[in-house]
Design a protein. Structure first.
Length: 367
């Protein structure tokens, strides 16, 4: 890997080109789209595995996988501390409940969030190609963890889908769809820079320090990614619910995501009332003190863009939101390879037509 190119997966599932601003996604139809068989092939030989357990459903799914297939498995929950207060207390409680439920050995490590945000953001932005204070803090937690001599597995992102308003189309998350004029149909499905934002920094950290990090188990192989999208068929058929395309406030996918993971019937989960990372609390705290609703972003996020512009990895077409849409309209920066254009969409759409699912969108609020 060099500064311009990153590959993700045990076999190449995602390829990122920072210079071109392009993402190539590789899928392959397995002989049988059974995720558990595919995961066993990839995970059975892993020994000494630590789950970075946030308490969210994605990391719970990863923990279930590791417990089922890997050897010598434990978990660590990072407690993000701000002036002696645990920011992510809700997640910490959920992580404990879940670990007890599946009999998973759980450890805790404290991470000084205030110190990192006020002293290390610039360094991490330059070294690991991240403009996100939240991701920067996660990188610091992993870099300094006493468990990073083991394979560290994180929660990824479920490869879910959205059904069109008329129930005649299916759109896969993190795939671009264009109209006849070449314009992106909806930004709801995926930002073009998704893998650059949420995955590339972890790969850079892994390479820089000789770690073994599995950021997203759904991206281990092209076959697993295919089967992950295929799982939407079972989720819709099992629960009669779907996530429907919308431009309004009712676009939260939490209920559908729960159903997606519930469709793995052999696994146990703890479903929180709402998804919270702890940063909502910090944003509220800083806004209350200063009277500026955007104090967190103004202080810790916005300045990183100017720092990034000085780096070799920065590409304005990827990280400057003002130009991202125009870039999307000119070329397709997120290309899929290995399967027919709408193969998976057609399979899931057939289930939609047979099941006639009800929308399960819930309202989205930024607290």
């Amino acid at each position: 890997m060099d500064n311009a190119n990153i590959s993700i997966g045990n076999t190449k599932t995602i390829e990122l080109d920072f210079e071109a601003g392009s993402t190539d996604v590789y899928l392959q139809k397995p002989s049988q789209p059974n995720l558990m068989d595919l995961y066993e092939e990839q995970l059975a030989d892993l020994d000494a595995v630590t789950i970075c357990l946030s308490g969210g459903l994605d990391s719970q799914f990863t923990a279930n996988l590791a417990k089922k297939f890997c050897k010598d498995v434990n978990a660590v929950c990072f407690r993000f501390i701000w002036d002696d207060i645990v920011m992510n207390a809700d997640d910490v409680v959920t992580a404990k409940q879940f670990a007890d439920k599946i009999d998973l050995e759980l450890h805790y490590e404290n991470v000084d969030a205030r110190h990192h945000l006020e002293n290390n953001l610039v360094e991490y932005t330059r070294k690991y190609a991240t403009l996100s204070p939240q991701i920067s803090l996660q990188l610091a937690a992993i870099k300094n963890s006493k468990f990073n001599d083991r394979t560290m597995m994180l929660g990824g992102e479920a490869p879910t889908c959205v059904v069109g308003k008329d129930m005649n189309n299916v759109y896969l998350q993190r795939k671009n769809y264009f109209d006849e004029e070449g314009k992106v149909i909806s930004a709801q499905f995926s930002p073009n820079n998704f893998y650059f934002i949420y995955h590339a920094p972890f790969i850079k950290l892994e390479v820089e320090h000789g770690l073994h990090i599995i950021k997203d188990p759904f991206l281990l192989t092209p076959e697993i990614l295919y089967a992950g999208y295929y799982q939407n068929k079972y989720a819709i058929e099992s629960f009669g619910k779907c996530l429907v395309e919308t431009t309004g406030q009712r676009r939260n996918a939490d209920i559908y995501k729960q159903n997606y993971y519930k469709s793995f019937e052999e696994f146990d989960f703890v479903f929180p009332l709402a998804k919270r990372t702890g940063f909502e609390t910090l944003k509220f705290h800083l806004a209350s003190i200063t009277g500026n609703f955007d104090e967190f972003d103004d202080k810790y996020r916005v300045p990183l863009l100017n720092i990034a512009k000085e780096t070799a990895w920065y590409n304005p077409r990827l990280f400057d939101t003002g130009s991202r849409i125009s870039f999307s309209n000119k070329v397709n920066p997120l290309d899929w390879h290995g399967i027919d254009n709408t193969e998976l969409e057609d399979i899931i759409l057939n289930s939609v037509r047979e099941t006639e699912p009800e929308p399960c969108n819930v309202y989205n609020f930024d607290w």
